[in-house]
Design a binder for this molecule. Structure first.
Ligand code: NZQ
Ligand code: ZN
Length: 386
């Protein structure tokens, strides 16, 4: 196991009827609040009114309309509003996109230059305004981590940035707030959670039983509960398990002590940057093909472990178990009604694949630091096979 720092100071308020604590959670940082949300789902669900009632007595500035695959323009607008209104604290209410935009805005408010600098170069992320969030979609883990992903469609770049001061101070996780999430977003979010676990699980660090057995447990939790939430959207326990899985899958618990970088995420981020597709759906389509690519004599033991411990597959031949596990992964995503091809995701043309593949390899050093190293030609072939 490699050395690591695990620092997650987020105050988690999990469950029903926790919102009475919202006022004090926000007001502890000051009276001037920037309330950021997305395209209107929180107005439909009634959460917007509940939040405003809680914020009574504070000076609230609102920014609505943060897009899925949040854009740098929204971040810049939030920074501008923060300066104009002398903002003390940001409250983000929504899915990963809203919270990620709020994170970079929180740092942007304390940075002299353009907020895009902070996305291009994480070493520039310094101080940040405190962030409180209410999560409404189980997927990204942003509610309990220091990462944010922002898109610049002018340059077709979708990039992740990170900083210790971006970790939310308080996250309200009420599974009931996810009852209204569509089947499509429930499926995509569940695939995203699983992909976070895969990115950390398939790694060449030795002796990481604790991380791996925890990851296997979270994977089994998602495999059990995602279909229930799809069929029965107001099933509290299914939504609760997915929500806590979202947080635990990407708060460092299963990734610390590992050594390789991520692979499928950078490859998917190119798809979202060029075609604005749903992140989790893109991951689901790419993952089984990536697994086939990564499976060889040096990785078969890990894939067989995954097959045995997560899917309950048992064979004398490890390669057979590994292949059956990959098929089970594919069939599970397909059972959630995710189209398992790029064409099914609406990507008809392929003229950009070579360019995108080169970018993915360059940005995350897939040819040097990945679990299964990939050249631009390998990544391009993966796009074509999907
Ligand atoms: O904008 P509104 O109206 O709120 O609608 C959203 C949006 O259309 C809707 N939604 C959210 N909560 C809902 C709801 N609809 C009904 N009821 C609710 N309770 O769902 C749509 C998608 O929302 P979005 O926030 O985009 O989804 P998600 O949470 O999956 O976030 C995706 C973004 O996070 C990034 C992704 O790349 C993508 O940009 N990621 C962030 C990570 C991180 N910060 O650690 C890691 C991830 O790997 C990922 O890259
Ligand atoms: Zn993800």
């Amino acid at each position: 196991m490699e050395n690591f720092r695990f620092y997650v100071p987020t105050d988690i308020r999990f469950g029903k009827d926790q919102l009475d604590a919202l006022h004090d959670s926000v007001a502890q940082f000051g009276n001037n609040v920037l309330f950021i949300y997305g395209g209107g789902s929180i107005k439909k669900s009634g959460l917007y009114d509940q939040v405003l009632a809680q914020l009574a007595g504070l000076n609230v500035t609102e920014l609505s309309g943060v897009e899925p695959n949040p854009r740098i323009e929204s971040v810049r607008e939030a920074v501008k509003l923060s300066h104009e209104n002398n903002i003390d604290v940001i409250l983000a209410v929504g899915g990963g996109s809203v919270i990620d935009a709020a994170k970079v805005a929180a740092a942007g408010a304390k940075y002299e230059g353009d907020a895009w600098d902070l996305v291009k170069d994480a070493s520039k992320v310094g101080e940040a305004l405190p962030l409180v969030d209410i999560l409404t979609l189980s997927a990204t883990g942003t509610e309990m981590n220091r990462n944010a992903v922002i898109t610049n469609f002018d340059t077709n770049e979708k990039l992740g940035t990170t900083g210790w001061n971006l970790i939310p101070a308080v996250s309200f996780l009420n599974p009931e707030n996810t009852f209204t999430v569509s089947k499509w977003q429930t499926a995509a979010g569940s695939a995203d959670i699983m992909s976070h676990l895969f990115e950390q699980y398939f790694d060449r660090a030795e002796g990481t039983d604790i991380q791996d057995f925890v990851a296997e447990g979270i994977l089994k939790t998602v495999i059990k509960n995602a279909p229930i939430a799809m069929q029965d959207p107001t099933n509290y326990d299914a939504r609760a398990n997915l929500m806590w899985a979202s947080s635990l899958a990407l708060n460092g618990l299963t990734g610390k002590g590992k050594k390789n970088g991520w692979t499928v995420h950078p490859i998917e981020h190119e798809l979202s940057a060029y075609y604005d597709i749903t992140h989790g759906a893109g991951l689901a389509a790419l993952t089984p093909r990536w697994m086939e690519f990564a499976l060889d004599a040096t990785t078969v033991d890990k894939f067989a472990q995954y097959g045995e411990n997560v899917w309950g597959i048992k064979n004398d031949d490890k390669m057979k178990t590994a292949k059956e596990a990959i098929l089970a992964t594919h069939d599970f995503f397909a059972s959630l009604d995710i189209p398992m091809t790029l064409q099914g995701l609406g990507i008809e043309e392929d003229t950009k694949f070579a360019e995108m593949a080169a970018e993915a390899v360059r940005i995350d050093a897939l040819d040097k630091n990945a679990y299964a190293k990939m050249t631009p030609a390998d990544v391009e072939a993966l796009y074509r096979a999907t």
